[in-house]
Design a protein around this ligand. Sequence first.
Ligand code: 4AD
Ligand code: MG
Length: 435
Amino acid sequence: MAANKDNRVYIEDLSGHVGEEVTVKGWLYNKRSGGKIQFLLVRDGTGIVQAVMLKNEVSPAHFELAEKLTQESSIEVTGLVRTDQRAPGGVELTVTSLALVHLAQEYPITPKEHGIEFLMDHRHLWLRSSRQHAILRIRSEIIRLCRQFFDERGFTLVDSPILTPASVEGTTTLFETDYFEEKAYLSQSGQLYAEAAAMALGKVYCFGPTFRAEKSKTRRHLMEFWMIEPEVAYNTSADNMALQEAFVSFVVQEVLKRRRAELAVLERDVNKLAGVVPPFPRLSYDEAVAVLKENGSDIQWGDDFGADDETLLSSRYDKPLIVYNYPAAIKAFYMQPDPQRPEVALCNDMLAPEGYGEIIGGGQRIHELELLEERIRQHGLPEENYRWYLDLRRYGSVPHAGFGMGIERFVAWICGLHHVRETIPFPRLLNRIYP
Ligand code: 4AD
Ligand code: MG
């Protein structure tokens, strides 16, 4: 049974076709039946519409087909578009004909509650639910806005390689692979390549998947996550923090404007996001340690913050908190020391409010050759793999700074999700690479 007329319209566009007969191509989301009437909830990826089928207005074959439709069966529904103020998009369809594309087998995900492991095992199907649609659309919007922010400011997108011989963020979280008898790793960060590109193009950013073999099972860690990393020649750490503030507020405010409906599906308290505008509160690492001690933490100067410390610090503010100038010893090898106090690095993290933890890490990079060589040795890194990186300090070296923002942690915060596993279509978690 084919729909007799192919005037295909997407559900999100139906309100522009009131009074017309159109065809919606999608899947059966849910169904309610009463003897002489069928209410078919149809989704097509752009929205959900209720299609009402009256027994005495369609052929018996079409009505019988509607009766046997199972959840997620693929269908083409032809009908008259009518306004209905109670319906989600303000419209519904009065069905004139129905065509089956594929009758779905018994669908494993039903409107009842399911456990998280079951849902993760069925992630490929779970993506079809309204809540996941909302999250994935917000993710897509956030990525678009991140690019827009930098594109509009004259940054050039420079893609960094995924296979690399060099570690950036320590050697304990590397995914190692064989590269024709040479050792290679999956990139932990595109930063070192972005630095080379910044010396060529001034203002650049890279954006791509990054990998960390994190042995920790937390609600903030993925093995594979996406990171946007701007890098700017001649920027100082202060410039770098100002850029982060402008960037984060731009993305938050634009998402609020453009994705209200999706945030409502997630029941996100948007008032908590509305105030995310510059200036953001700032604490030096020293001040942050003092605050933690006052609140009963046994942290000592020189220790890194744990998740609880970060939550304690950031929950004191409604906006993201910038913590700057951490001890050099707990940060990566490339961090520029403060000339007045070489034991601290000119770097910062940004901690999201409401306990979402670190969303940004960044800082000023060492631009002096001898110091960088010394740090590479101190960190036990194989110098031959960093020859090219050291070259950047041989030929027109300048101060420069940049940062990396993890997309999934950012999405978790904006969407108000407890765990990062729902912020990426197919999460790679400790002990999970399926599906
Ligand atoms: O602080 P990180 O390790 O910094 C860097 O990688 C720098 N090279 C970036 C730069 O300066 N260009 O990571 C940056 C951000 C974190 O703040 C966090 O948002 C995210 O990347 N991130 C993770 N997100 C999910 N799962 C993980 N395992 C993550 N590790 C880091
Ligand atoms: Mg970090």
